[in-house]
Design a protein around this ligand. Sequence first.
Ligand SMILES: [Zn+2]
Length: 360
Amino acid sequence: MVPGMTTNGGFEPVFCTVVPPHVLDKLARNDDPALSGPARRTLMRDSELRGRRRVTTEFALAAAPTAKAPSEQALRTIYDARHGTALPGTKVREEGADPGQDATVNRAYSGLGATFELFLKAYARHSIDGDGLPLDATVHYDENYNNAFWNGEQMVFGDGDGEIFLDFTIPIDVIGHELTHGVTQYTANLTYYGQPGALNESMSDVFGALIKQYTLGQTAAEADWLIGAGLLAPGVSGKALRSMKEPGSAYDDDVLGKDPQPGTMDDYVRTGRDNGGVHINSGIPNHAFYLAATALGGHAWEKAGQVWYDVLTGGELSDRAMFTDFAKLTVKAAKDRFGDGGEELQAVSKAWEQVGVRIS
Ligand SMILES: [Zn+2]
């Protein structure tokens, strides 16, 4: 069975981590136990959690429909796992409470708020399910845990091992990335394998980047287009986990290896690992988004982001969509939203041509 799919075609949220398994695999093989130990531990924990996901599903279908209009206010709760693995842990900050002493708690709270804000203000979406879903996050998960994930119900952040990765609440786009997996789960529910899986990953990078740009008030030209800037420890040769501007250039390090992302179909990677390269080939649609957004200029969430959002949530995108299916729908959405013969249509079409994805 393809991972992330259910036999009955039902609703199964996937377990989405921000650090892909190929990075942790490489770390786990390192001679230095200070590096391999935390990576091995993280991999073991991740595979355990992946297995557990299969039995704790369908929360969305079970949720009672709300009669009243969803709130314009986020409903955030932050929990502290205190380096254990029991979820959600001890409640440490609720919506509206003042910031406390723990910077990690405060960053998680702000990141959840920034994500809620972008989806509400730019796309009139109330929380990740469109219906005011409360946003929960747990920080200080496990010891030296080198990852962050969305488990279908909440966000979880590790502190990193301090050698390779720092605290996973540092990059706001990582928080946005994980929560966008929730949005995808509630909308197109792209299958987490192969090209639909790479599209799922790319949606998270696109909206993660937009959440950061929206928070900083940046234009497409001002943005760094990096995912996870600030996450790599000072000794690592690299600037982030991924680059949408220049896929494949985010890091090149003795311990971590080299960023394997392609930016065009010419370099498409065929692999069975990483769920068929979901964190690898996502570089291609990521780069297309970057090209469309920078060609259009201004705030990327207003035009390119709107087109991508329209496709993700419009109901026409299949959960098995390939890059070309998605690309064609963005061309149609650009036309529907901004008119035939507009610069939006032109920029979106050209972007897909540049990365080698067929739109006709
Ligand atoms: Zn992801």
